[in-house]
Write a protein that binds this ligand. Structure first.
Ligand code: NAD
Length: 425
C-alpha cells in the first residue's frame, strides 16, 4: 500500500492511469443520464461531506459513478466487489486523476479482498454502496459498534438483496437499505440485456469459439438467464433452459426454448452458463455426464454455482489453455471439461462487464438512491426499501430524452376513461 499526496490506495500499477482515463471518458459518452445527474450534483452538492464506501466491479462505468458521487460532495472510497473484475488501468486513473482512494487489484487473493473490505470500513462510512452484500455483512458481523454510524446502504445485485432479506428476517438489519437491483430501470435492462450480451462476450473472448450450431445450456431463466438465452439464440446457438420454478420454465417453453432437467441437459450441452444466484447448480454428477470438451462458466454473482470442489476431486490438475480457460480431465472417463474464469462472473473476468449505456441506468439508480438516503437521513425505517417508482420513471424518461426518442402522453379523455368504471360494453 502506498500514497500519492494524501490519497491512500492499493492498485496494481499507478502508471496505467493514462489509458484508464481515456477509457473512462470513452464510457462516459454512453452514459448521458449519469452525466446529467453529475452536473446537477456538482451544482447542488447534495452529498456534501458524506463518507461513502462503494464496493463494486472497478470498471470504466463504476468510475463514472464515482465521479458523480464526488461531484455531489461525497468522500468516496472504492473497493472491488469481485477479485477478478477489476480493470487495473481504471483503478489507477481514479487515484491519480480524480484523487479517489481505490483498493482493488485484478486477481487479488481472497485475503487481499477481505483486507480491502476492512480497510474501507476503517473509514467509518455513513453510506455503503454494496454489490453482493459483503461489506454490509462484514460490518454487521465484525463491527457492531460502527453500525449506528450508517445512514443506510444500497445494493446492486439480486444475490445481495437475497442476503439482505435474510438479514432482515434474522433481525440484524438495523438500518435502511435501497434495493437498487429491484428498480425496473435496473433489472429489466442491466440483468437482461447487459448480462445477455456481456456473458456471451466473455465466453467468446476467452475461447474464440463459434456459438452457432452449439447446444448452449442456460441454468436459471430469471432476468439474467432470459438475456443470455435470447442473445445466444440470436447468434445461432440451440438454447436449452433448466429451471426449478414452474412459471419460469413455462415462460422459457413459450419463448421457444427446450426445457429439461440439468441431469439430462448435462449429457448434450456443448456450453453451460449458470445464472441462478444459487449453490452447486452444476454438481459433480452433472460434470460426470458431460461430453468431452464441454465448456462451463458462470455469470451469477458468486463463484459457487459450479461445484468446482467436486470437479477437482474427479479430475487431474487443470491445464491452463488460454487466459481464463482451464481444462480438467476427468479421471474415470478421460473426458475433458473446460472451466472459464475460475467459475467467477465470466462477463467481468474475461470481458469488460456490461456496456456503458446499460450501466448508465443502473448507476443513475445508485446515485439517486444515495441522494435519497442522505435526504431522508433518520426518516426511513430499517429494512429493505424500493426506490420510489417516480425515480424509476424519471430515469427511463431521461434515457429516452438522451436517445432522442419521444413518446405519447395520455389525453384528458383517456385519463378520465381509465380512471372511471361506468363505461363498459
Ligand atoms: N453477470 C452479471 O453481470 C450479473 C448482473 C446481474 C445479476 N447477476 C447475478 O446473476 C444471478 C441471477 O440474477 P437474476 O437477476 O437473473 O435473478 P432471478 O432471481 O431473476 O433469476 C434466478 C433464476 O434461477 C432459478 N434457479 C434457482 N436455482 C436453480 C437451480 N438449481 N437450477 C435452475 N434454476 C435455478 C430461479 O428459479 C430463478 O428463475 C444473481 O446471482 C445475480 O446477483 C449477475
Amino acid at each position: 500500500m502506498s500514497a500519492t499526496g494524501s490519497v491512500e490506495f492499493d492498485v496494481k500499477d499507478i502508471g496505467l492511469a493514462k489509458q484508464g482515463k481515456q477509457r473512462i471518458e470513452w464510457a462516459e459518452r454512453e452514459m448521458p443520464v449519469l452525466r446529467l445527474i453529475r452536473e446537477r450534483f456538482a451544482e447542488e452538492k447534495p452529498l456534501n461531506g458524506t463518507k461513502l464506501v462503494a464496493c463494486a466491479h472497478i470498471t470504466t462505468e463504476t468510475a463514472n459513478l464515482a465521479r458523480a458521487l464526488q461531484a455531489g460532495g461525497a468522500e468516496a472510497i472504492l473497493i472491488a466487489s469481485n477479485p477478478l473484475s477489476t480493470q487495473d488501468d481504471v483503478a489507477a486513473s481514479l487515484v491519480s486523476d480524480w484523487g479517489i482512494p481505490v483498493y482493488a487489484i485484478k486477481g487479488e487473493s481472497t485475503e487481499t479482498y477481505n483486507r480491502h473490505v476492512r480497510t474501507a470500513l476503517d473509514s467509518h462510512p455513513e453510506i455503503i454502496i454494496d454489490d453482493g452484500s459483503d461489506v454490509v455483512a462484514t460490518l454487521i458481523k465484525e463491527r457492531g459498534d460502527q453500525v449506528k454510524e450508517l445512514v443506510g446502504s444500497t445494493e446492486e445485485t439480486t444475490t445481495g438483496i437475497q442476503r439482505l432479506k435474510a438479514m432482515e428476517i434474522a433481525g440484524v438489519l438495523t438500518f435502511p437499505t435501497i434495493a437498487v437491483n429491484d428498480a425496473q430501470t435496473k433489472h429489466f435492462f442491466d440483468n437482461r440485456y447487459g448480462t445477455g450480451q456481456s456473458t456471451l462476450d466473455g465466453i467468446i473472448r476467452a475461447t474464440n469459439i463459434l456459438l452457432a450450431g452449439r447446444n448452449l445450456v442456460v441454468v436459471g431463466y430469471g432476468w439474467c438467464g432470459k438475456g443470455v438465452a435470447l442473445r445466444a439464440r440470436g447468434m445461432g446457438a440451440n438454447v436449452i433452459v433448466t429451471e426449478i420454478d414452474a412459471i419460469k420454465a413455462v415462460e422459457a417453453v413459450m419463448d421457444g426454448f427446450r426445457v429439461m432437467p440439468i441431469a439430462e441437459a448435462a449429457a448434450i450441452g456443448d456450453i453451460f452458463v449458470t445464472v441462478t444466484g444459487n449453490r452447486h447448480v452444476i454438481d459433480g454428477d452433472h460434470f460426470a455426464r458431460m461430453k468431452d470438451g464441454a465448456i462451463v462458466c458462470n455469470s451469477g454473482h458468486f463463484d459457487l454455482e459450479l461445484n468446482l470442489v467436486a470437479l477437482r476431486g474427479m479430475a487431474a490438475d487443470p491445464v491452463t489453455m488460454r487466459p481464463f480457460v482451464e481444462e480438467y480431465k476427468v479421471k474415470a472417463t478421460g473426458r475433458r471439461i473446460v472451466v472459464l474464469g475460475e467459475g467467477r462472473l465470466i462477463n467481468l473476468a474475461a470481458a469488460e462487464g456490461h456496456p456503458a449505456s446499460v450501466m448508465d441506468m443502473s448507476f443513475a439508480n445508485q446515485a439517486l438512491s444515495v441522494e435519497y438516503l442522505v435526504k431522508n437521513k433518520g426518516k426511513l425505517a430499517p429494512g429493505v426499501h424500493l426506490l420510489p417508482p417516480e425515480v424509476d420513471t424519471e430515469i427511463a424518461s431521461l434515457k429516452l430524452q438522451a436517445l432522442g426518442i419521444s413518446i405519447d402522453t395520455l389525453t384528458a379523455e383517456q385519463i378520465e376513461y381509465i380512471s372511471s368504471w361506468e363505461t363498459g360494453t
